[in-house]
Design a binder for this molecule. Structure first.
Ligand SMILES: Cc1cc2nc3c(=O)[nH]c(=O)nc-3n(C[C@H](O)[C@H](O)[C@H](O)COP(=O)(O)OP(=O)(O)OC[C@H]3O[C@@H](n4cnc5c(N)ncnc54)[C@H](O)[C@@H]3O)c2cc1C
Length: 317
């Protein structure tokens, strides 16, 4: 049940995008509630990189500090999951798994995305540690090491070249990717990127560490790290409940927004990985701040229009 209070903004998702928006909105004296299930995408990683002035901070530490900052300005942060959303007059009602319902004038979806990993034994065991997707997030940490690139898409050659910038020992496992084109073969050969044909059966670890890529024919190649190309799928159930549709992308699906996060559904904004599949932490945080500014401006305009109507209706002017 709602407690009768209608917040200015409900933010679903308390990762980099949602918490940054919460700080900006709370600093504009907006009443903000953040609902967060506590499963940020980068949780498997030890540290977050390319976060200016917080370089190498553990992801959960970064968010704990962000929650404290948002709460210090008055944001109401709930550790819960938003299950259902509907319109209620001019507002939105959101049902939470814990049994409560919150009400808000505007909705910001900052629910992130799901990394759909290749279904190869071993990939999940090392995901975010030595099974990697992003040269900027983890490349420095594996520089100079033996890096295997699991070929699953036409962009796997590009991934091999990105990691070749960081190590002179890179092997591209063709696995299920289309055969490289002529120009790509030239690039791989010129940069001494080894190319191994055959389907990958599993990744083999030992004492908790990744050791080798094992092929269907039993051949094993020693590696220290493997890169993969997940499918990135926005967590957009709530958006779809409101009638929104996802936009397909060669690597997944996302919510299309205007530059400051407004979606095609009136009153609903989106920020972070849910609307930008490639956004890193700093980019997601920036998008959250921009969406907050746009939502605040929208509410300012609505409040001003209501004040004008009230003044015009008032007998004493
Ligand atoms: C392994 C890995 C390592 C990475 N390392 C880096 C790095 O070093 N540097 C970097 O810049 N980027 C890194 N990234 C990218 C980084 O994870 C994203 O940029 C960032 O998480 C995006 O923030 P976000 O707020 O959009 O989403 P998220 O951080 O994923 O946060 C979304 C939040 O919403 C919550 N949520 C979702 N649905 C609901 C719901 N229905 N109800 C309530 N809560 C909900 C989730 O539980 C989660 O807490 C990495 C990614 C991965 C996969």
């Amino acid at each position: 049940m709602t407690n009768g209070l209608t917040h200015d903004v409900a933010i679903i998702g308390g990762g980099a995008a949602g918490l940054s928006a919460a700080v900006a909105l709370a600093r504009s004296l907006r009443s903000v509630v953040v609902v967060d299930a506590g499963e940020p995408r980068n949780a498997p990683a030890a540290d977050a990189h390319n976060v200016l002035a917080r370089e190498g901070t553990p992801p959960l530490q970064l968010l704990a500090d962000g929650r404290r900052e948002a709460e210090d300005y008055g944001a109401d942060i709930r550790h819960d999951s938003a299950l259902a959303v509907r319109r209620h007059g001019d507002a939105f009602e959101v049902d939470l798994a814990g049994g409560t319902t919150i009400r808000a004038r505007r909705l910001l979806l900052a629910t992130g995305l799901v990394d759909e990993l290749p279904e190869i034994p071993g990939v999940r065991d090392f995901w975010g540690k030595t099974v990697l997707h992003c040269a900027y997030c983890h490349g420095w940490e594996v520089r100079g090491q033996r890096i295997g690139v699991l070929g699953t898409s036409p962009l796997s050659v590009h991934q091999a070249l990105l990691f070749r910038q960081l190590s002179d020992d890179v092997t591209l496992f063709v696995h299920t990717m289309p055969d490289p084109g002529e120009e790509e073969w030239e690039q791989l050969a010129a940069l001494d990127v080894r190319v191994v044909r055959g389907v990958v059966r599993r990744l083999r670890g030992e004492d908790g560490a990744l050791r080798a890529v094992v092929l269907e024919d039993g051949q094993e190649l020693l590696v220290d790290a493997v890169t993969v190309a997940p499918r990135f799928v926005a967590r957009a159930d709530l958006y779809e409940q409101l009638g929104g549709t996802l936009t397909d992308h060669p690597h997944g699906a996302f919510i299309t927004t205007e530059p400051m996060g407004r979606t095609e559904i009136a009153g609903v904004w989106a920020a972070g990985n849910v609307s930008d599949l490639s956004a890193m932490v700093a980019v997601a945080a920036g998008a959250g701040v921009m969406a907050a500014a746009a939502i605040n401006a929208d509410l300012v305009a609505e409040d001003a229009a209501a004040a004008v109507r009230a003044r015009q209706a008032s007998p004493v002017r």
